[in-house]
Design a protein. Sequence first.
Length: 278
Amino acid sequence: MKLFKQKYKKDFVSLKINLQAFNNLLVEVFLLILWEQNKQKMTKLSVNINKVATIRNARGGNVPNVLKVALDCEKFGAHGITVHPRPDERHIRYSDVYELKSVLSTEFNIEGNPNDTFTQLVLDVKPHQVTLVPDAHDAITSNAGWDTKKHFEFLRTKTEAFKAAGIRVSIFVDADPEMVIYAAKAGADRIELYTEPYASNYPTDKVKAVEPFLLAAQKAKEAGLGLNAGHDLSLENLQYLIQTIPWIDEVSIGHALIADALYLGLENTINAYKAQLL
């Protein structure tokens, strides 16, 4: 027995080391799986870069460079880039959209009113997601969601066309359960809740402010819809929204984020917003 132990001592030691290494590997794999699952469940931040284009267009030329800012947002941790091209091209230009598609590595979301020109742009570019927004051509910013019941056939037709091209469709709606239901009936993959009323009422009564959004979000979940949110979200009000409705898939933030970046810097700002999503 003594001779046996001496002869195979190294083999036993080696086996023990290998088993320990294997156990460590299993732990690492398990932790990686948990991290990936958590990452998939985490609300994603899509940075709307319209405001960057507005600054560029105010002076002419190409400063700030919209493409570089978009790539820097990705480098600094943004999960996606959002643009909202309008017919007058007062901020994002149609040419910007084509150029962005060729360089972005994260999710690309194009939002806008699906007139014929916009529809063709989206079908040409084939972003990961199109968000249908009912804003008038001269609107300063989006100020309401779709009446999905009234415009049901229009939205259903547009949704079918985009989905046939392999594009995920999100419909911009107010926090109204009926509008959510008709968005689902129209074939949408997701809705985006128009959060300006939440942001406006948050400082005075955040519990009351979030109530209709929670109800609409629950209706979206029941209907099997993904859930996005956007408009006037900021470092002040974002965390409470996510804590109350943790199944939000994505927030799209532009104005407040770019304004904060003037003081904090773009990288610090993106990290600050991502921290609100945890």
